[in-house]
Design a protein around this ligand. Sequence first.
Ligand code: PBG
Length: 325
Amino acid sequence: MSTFPATRLRRLRRTETLRRMVRETHLRPERLIWPMFVVEGEGKRQEIGSMPGQFRVSVDRVVEEASRAADLGICSVLLFGIPERKDAEGSSGWDDEGVVPRAVRALKRELPELAVVTDVCLCEYTDHGHCGVVRDGEVLNDPTLERLCREALAHARAGADVVAPSDMMDGRVAAIRAALDGERFESVPIMAYAAKFASAFYGPFREAAESTPAFGDRRAYQMDPANGREALREVALDAAEGADILMVKPAGPYLDVIRQVRDRFPHPVAAYQVSGEFAMIKAAAARGWIDEPRAVMEAATSIARAGADLLITYFALDLARMLRS
Ligand code: PBG
């Protein structure tokens, strides 16, 4: 191997044209998925305090909001529902007239090309804020599966293009696959939140979705941030159960996990740059401590470089705009 002075890596960094020619990682708008929050009511577009520039919109405004993304070449949105009525079971989660099914129907009617992904989880719908059925302070695994299946079916009936279970119950991908197939939704893919960590970076989301657990935390079902090998077991199980797309979440603090999933599985890999990752960049930029557009592009490029094919991010519109210019 030749070394200095014959080798000078700075030669290919000298001009912007040369840098562009040898750039290894490229983001594309069609690989971005924009998460959206849908609320009950009419004419609502409320900014989320901890997520500047992100809004909770009512069903009647969801099409207008999503077309902002579609106009920029973004192919997909991920819907979260915030119902008016929450109960211990999370029953508004599988209501065919719930916010998510209604939003899906509106989007598929007005923007048929836009792929609509729905988050399948109970925490937005339960009054205790946990992702499953609670008995004696514990989140029960198996009784939760049946409810998740009902929720996934409600989304599929409404016309969801992809369902994305984010609850981290064991066996939920197999259960949802069987439920979908049983109702002739065998063509609806599952994007599994396969390695989802119990993360402090979900803070702003829980404000947005009003889904902070009323007691305890999610560490008895979401993963320990220390565990990379276990993440691969989680991913392998979801793959074996029939997941079509494998997701790692959060993204930035787990680039090693993204890389290992990319290297070991042939599936498309998605990474979710979560609300806290978004809020940190926004907060620092608001104080003039970092250059927001550069930080946004760098964080997204790094997630792609680590191996993510799809990037779920609240910066989707900003990124798509930057990629255009
Ligand atoms: C629901 C869910 C959460 C997120 C996505 N789906 C919250 C949680 O698990 O507490 C977090 C997304 C974000 O922080 O942007 N289970």
